[in-house]
Design a protein. Structure first.
Length: 197
């Protein structure tokens, strides 16, 4: 904040925002559980085949086959969709620039101060996207309209699109190397107060 006050802006190294890191951990856990279920299915299938002559043990063949199919399909689908997000995830580490012209985050911008409101925490309900409680700067009506005119990859880097909505309602605050989410919110609140007028 002192640097912004003294020099009229700041450029800092970006880091993965907390909601993105949580989303990525959840994806990795889902893949691990899915492939773990497939591994358990292989074990159950082997035991079922070995003991198929002993009555009820033959059911393990069906159970094992079901676990293998479900585990591989679920784990594979989550792995593939996570890889499709690699460009967005790499963009999280792009430099964050805050100055009087606007904000540059995730390689997009500058996003003018007139497009965003002061930062706040907001619960964002999404399907297959980064969501939950996020530190965001809500987009103004003009900002939402202008972001809606941008290309899809550009919109995706601004923030998640809530479930059953066509417009991105807010800019998800980036992570800044060396700052917590609360400190990042304080920096953006200070810059908004200073430059938005």
């Amino acid at each position: 904040m002192e640097h912004i006050r003294a020099h009229g802006g700041v450029s800092a190294a970006g880091r993965m925002a907390d909601p993105v890191a949580r989303w990525l951990r959840l994806r990795r856990a889902t893949v691990a559980v899915s492939f773990g279920a497939a591994g358990l299915g292989v074990f159950a299938l082997a035991v079922g085949i070995a003991l198929r002559e002993t009555g009820a043990w033959a059911l393990l063949i069906l159970i094992g086959g079901f676990l293998i199919v479900c585990g591989v399909i679920a784990g594979g689908a989550v792995s593939i969709t996570t890889r499709l997000w690699n460009d967005r995830l790499r963009a999280e580490r792009e430099p964050v620039v805050i100055d009087r012209t606007g904000i540059v985050v995730r390689g997009i911008g500058p996003i003018p101060w007139g497009w965003v409101a002061p930062p706040e925490r907001r619960r964002i309900r999404v399907k297959n996207d980064i969501g939950g409680v996020c530190a965001v700067m809500p987009l103004t009506e003009q900002g939402s309209e202008l972001v809606g005119r941008q290309q899809g990859w550009w919109q995706m880097r601004v923030g998640p699109r809530p479930y059953l909505r066509f417009r991105v309602p807010c800019l998800m605050l980036p992570g800044i190397e060396g700052l917590t989410e609360d400190e990042t919110m304080q920096v953006f609140a200070f810059a908004h107060q200073r430059f938005a007028s």
